[in-house]
Design a protein around this ligand. Structure first.
Ligand SMILES: [Zn+2]
Length: 450
């Protein structure tokens, strides 16, 4: 048991000087410097962190851990990178592993693969693909925090996109189980311009038109209205969808929206032709960041998730720079907080409560862990990070702790650095070093009693 205190603690009531008693959970939150009276003599160490910020840890609800059955990442390296980046809970996507998480047996394989490898707490998503809607009830009962589907080809033949019939069958089951459906919203509803020069970034972007996103979101809004199933649009990359999403929210539909750090951070970056490190889907579109920023401020976009999606270096085809062949996905698990914070400061916003809302509080609600995690309140898990919002540093891809050292953030200047991470009161990261042994666990939604 120990106290952490700082002049900037992000609490649900706002940022204030405070003193936190930590013992697995947050035992109490007192005023900064306050002498806490326990009614008996108690010698409890106080760690004074001065002006460093203490926030609830980042909850990254969109991570591709790709374990078991692949060497693309893995639970150990992913959760080490998470701890170093101030992520105290991550939720793993159901594809890029073998097997993909579309059955109970596959979910068990995932749970098994994560044993004794977790530095931070982990939740698991199930997958909805063609023909497996009959697995949804079992997956929900087994504790998935959500179900993910694609409306276009996922890039993997073993994870085919769901068809409307699959959605209609699955969504009422998910609605009843209070489990959100996370949707990769691109629908191949109209022909796209052909790519003539495979190295051209502009042609790659044009080959995945905004209209695909808009049509997919429209379909999901209709099905959401029809079934009452909570729909979470992942990685929104176009501002053009914001009016219809705002209207749907106004109407009271259970719809939430995520965007990703790369759609914000790289707003002023001119991507060179052949630089496939920037390939992701939907693509990073010029001019979208300012609109997405407004969407965040207006509350139309609820969460920011990394969509950390690594692959072995050769699959990025950097030697040929061929966007049509390269794996789509950006590896950035450790960088969400600094990337978003750097972007916010660029836009004149230094609101610590806002960044916490998008990276922590709202994701906790999305995945059903909000009664234990996501705020610094007595009784909540002591998932805490200590960070310096003024520290400037430069990303060296080779120093990041995820497995494959390729990321478009390499060489980028960041503002904001995590110096300590605590998971349920245990310090797992401090000043650049991992501490302890992996001890964290797989989570279930709170109503399943964990
Ligand atoms: Zn993803």
């Amino acid at each position: 048991m120990f106290f952490l205190q700082s002049r900037r603690v992000v609490t649900p009531e706002g940022v204030r000087p405070a003193k936190i008693l930590v013992n697995g959970t947050v035992m109490l939150v007192a005023n900064y410097g306050e002498t806490v009276n326990f009614g008996r003599p108690m010698e409890i160490e106080v760690h004074d962190l001065g002006d460093l910020v203490i926030s609830p840890g980042v909850i990254d609800a969109h991570v591709h851990v790709n374990d078991p059955g692949s060497d693309w990442e893995g639970f150990e390296s992913a959760t080490r990178a998470a701890a170093a980046g101030g992520v105290t809970t991550l939720v793993d996507m159901p594809l890029n592993s073998l097997p993909v998480t579309t059955t109970i047996a596959a979910l068990k394989a995932k749970q098994e693969a994560s044993r004794r490898k977790l530095w931070v707490d982990v939740g698991l998503y199930g997958g909805l693909v063609q023909g497996n809607a009959d697995q949804m009830q079992d997956l929900c009962d087994a504790g998935v925090l959500g179900v993910k589907c694609f409306l276009c080809h996922s890039g993997l033949d073993e994870f085919p996109n769901a068809l409307e019939a699959d959605l209609r069958q699955a969504m009422p089951i998910l609605a009843k189980a209070r489990i959100p459906l996370l949707v990769h919203a691109e629908l191949l509803s109209s022909p796209a311009p052909a790519v003539v020069d495979p190295r051209s970034f502009a042609q790659f972007v044009a080959s995945r038109p905004e209209k695909w996103e808009l049509d997919a979101i429209q379909l999901m809004l209709n099905l959401c209205r029809e079934t009452g199933c909570q729909v979470h649009i992942v990685h929104l990359a176009t501002g053009a969808a914001l009016p219809m999403l705002a209207a749907a929210k106004q109407e009271g539909l259970p719809i939430t929206v995520e965007t990703c750090p790369h759609y914000l951070f790289f707003e002023n970056t001119t991507v060179a032709d052949g630089d496939t490190r920037f390939k992701c889907a939907p693509p990073i579109r010029a001019g979208a960041a300012a609109q997405l920023w407004q969407g965040l401020l207006d509350g139309v976009i609820d969460t920011i998730g990394s969509d950390h999606s690594p692959c072995p270096p050769e699959m990025k085809h950097l030697d040929t720079g061929d966007f049509t062949q390269a794996w789509g996905g950006i590896a950035s698990l450790q960088l969400t907080l600094p990337a978003v914070w750097t972007f916010m400061r660029r836009h004149g916003c230094e609101d610590l409560s806002l960044v916490t809302k998008w990276l922590t509080t709202e994701p906790a609600k999305l995945v059903g862990i909000e009664v234990r995690k996501g705020q610094i309140t007595a009784g909540f898990d002591a998932d805490l990070i200590v960070w310096d919002p003024d520290a400037k540093w430069k990303v060296e891809a080779s120093e990041l702790l995820h497995r494959q050292p390729i990321t478009p953030y390499d060489g980028c200047e960041m503002t904001g650095k995590v110096v300590r991470t605590y998971v349920r009161g245990q310090q797992v990261f401090r000043d650049g070093h991992l501490l302890r042994q992996p001890f964290a666990k797989v989570l279930k939604p709170w109503w399943q009693g964990q």
